[in-house]
Design a protein around this ligand. Sequence first.
Ligand code: NAP
Length: 307
Amino acid sequence: MAVIYERVALIGLGLIAGSMAHAMRRAKCVTEIVGTARSAETRAIATEINLCDRITETAIEAVKDADLVVLCVPVGAMEAVMADIGPHLKQGATLTDVGSVKQAVIDIVSPHVPEGVHFIPGHPLAGTEHSGPHSGFATLFDNRWNILVPLENSDPAKVDQLTQYWEALGANVETMTPDHHDLVLAVTSHTPHLIAYTMVGVADDLARVTESEVVKFSAAGFRDFTRIAASDPTMWRDVFLTNKDATLEILGRFTEELFALQRAIRQGDGDHLHDYFTRTRAIRRGIIEAGQDTSEPNFGRTPGTKD
Ligand code: NAP
């Protein structure tokens, strides 16, 4: 495949950056991958597993002469990182990020972007509950959506180049406004994570069902909440702190629907419950038809394995 960017700098070397590095190598779409992380430990692991072509001690060294710089740190860390690297970005370079919220990232990153650098925010809708430099893998973005959020003055040629890059990494690309992105993600990701965290927390609080019973009988549904609720605490704290309005709006609607279902159960309104569950089942079918999940029973898990 043709080279899309000569030098790419990954700031932060966790699940997303690690997967990008593997996917870039698979696609051969970049001449040099430079990476950096905050801790010496992460940098040492990245060096040991040969994650990038070059690992630098500081983010300032990593962005030197980079044609594409990708912020792959938690949203709450982006402002400090940008204050550091902003003055060292190459003229004409593209700067993007992979943060799970978009308006807040734009607000904190934009003031640090120098004239002549093209900031095009982004968010790959792909992830797992694992983190760190070991957790990345080349196929993470395959057939997943990457949402780009070009700003009003974004250069269309630079947006095209970034689109081609993400397509080379296996993703499908769509563009959205930041507000719309944050609302869509509040529905599809942020509120579901909050509900999973709550459900697992409730089970933890219940004194009448023992912890060993919760674990033993978890395959009845609870287990699938626990996978989501095992997601990185720092990342998810930042998501809720920075996508407050949209999450609260969806949570309000969720609470209303929950009360309606609660009333249906109390009143023995089977028709309401059946109609509701029929509608939700159709949404699941739509997700499978769109190729965004497997139709295999048990999400394709092999009975008896731990994955
Ligand atoms: P991760 O595996 O936990 O890696 C985070 C990286 O950021 C690590 O290299 C870490 O450095 C560094 N970091 C953490 N706090 C920092 C700070 N205060 N200053 C500088 N560096 C810091 O995280 P990830 O899952 O790849 O997530 C990275 C970004 O992708 C986040 O913005 C997240 O919202 C977004 N995202 C995540 C997912 C997902 O499902 N995980 C999906 C889409 C987008 P050390 O290792 O040295 O501590």
